[in-house]
Design a protein around this ligand. Structure first.
Ligand code: KIV
Length: 263
């Protein structure tokens, strides 16, 4: 039996931190859930780490369907979230539903969409038709060209107020979970305080209800300088299983992210 969204909400209510890692294939799916990861995110970061693209923008619905099917077949217990790729939810409501339904049909239990207030109507359209939605605010990689790079968001008072409004609008529209990416720790603490749904941070400090990292980053697949919020779990663990188990343990005990991984 897979972890459910209800179970994730209960974990959040009880202060049990949620662990999430990106996953793109069946072999890793089995390994990650055996190591105790609660949620597998079939992220469109597969554009960067699998396809060697510079951005996530070239990722298509067909790619996401393929990788979601692989992850679903390789796992039995973890909750599965899949990204809706760039351009797949900015279309007509009917086409957006059709795209989300394709992902659900191959095993996603929830779809993730990037954006705030401006996509609240899309979130409402999907959730009111039975498709659970995870929001994603802060640094939204699909808007990298508009944002002018991969930078910390919500740094000014005005931007922070807007980010809070965005997160609240998504919750009101029915989102069941929300990713906060590259957000100052104090701001994500405020957002987490204001929302009832779980917040999952990446470069957003330790006050979130859970944490996510890109699997290939925490496994140090690409050696060299890492973003500040990434921890190389292979360094101490030595094995992939040990690295993932250490991530799970550190998130659950609240020792990751440390101040040096936060803004
Ligand atoms: O695609 C992805 O990997 C993501 C995470 C950065 C949250 O959306």
């Amino acid at each position: 039996m897979r972890v459910t969204l209800t179970a994730l909400h209960k974990m959040c209510d009880e202060g049990d931190r949620i662990t999430m890692l990106t996953c793109y294939d069946g072999s890793f799916a089995g390994l990650l859930e055996a190591a105790g990861v609660d949620v597998l995110l079939v992220g469109d970061s597969l554009g960067n780490v699998i396809q060697a693209e510079d951005t996530t923008l070239p990722v298509t619905m067909d790619h996401m369907v393929y990788h979601t099917r692989c992850v679903a077949r390789g796992s039995k217990r973890a909750f599965l979230v899949t990204d809706m790729p760039f351009g797949s939810f900015q279309v007509s409501p009917a086409a957006t539903f059709e795209n989300a339904a394709r992902l659900m049909a191959v095993g996603a239990q929830m779809v993730k969409v990037e954006g705030g207030q401006t996509i609240a109507d899309t979130v409402e359209f999907l959730t009111s038709r039975g498709i659970p939605v995870c929001g994603h605010v802060g640094l939204t990689p699909q808007s990298v060209h508009q944002l002018g790079g991969y930078r910390v968001q919500g740094k000014t008072d005005k931007a922070a107020r807007q980010l809070i409004r965005d997160a609240q609008a998504l919750e009101q529209a029915g989102a069941g979970m929300i990713v906060l990416e590259l957000v100052p720790a104090s701001l994500s603490a405020q957002v987490s305080e204001k929302l009832r749904i779980p917040t999952i941070g990446i470069g957003a400090g330790k006050a979130c209800d859970g944490q996510v990292l890109v699997l290939y980053d925490m496994l140090n697949i690409f050696p060299g300088k890492k973003a500040r919020f990434v921890k190389n779990y292979m360094e101490a663990a030595g094995t992939i299983q040990g690295a993932v188990e250490a991530f799970v343990k550190e998130v659950k005990t609240g020792s990751f992210p440390a101040p040096e991984h936060s803004f």
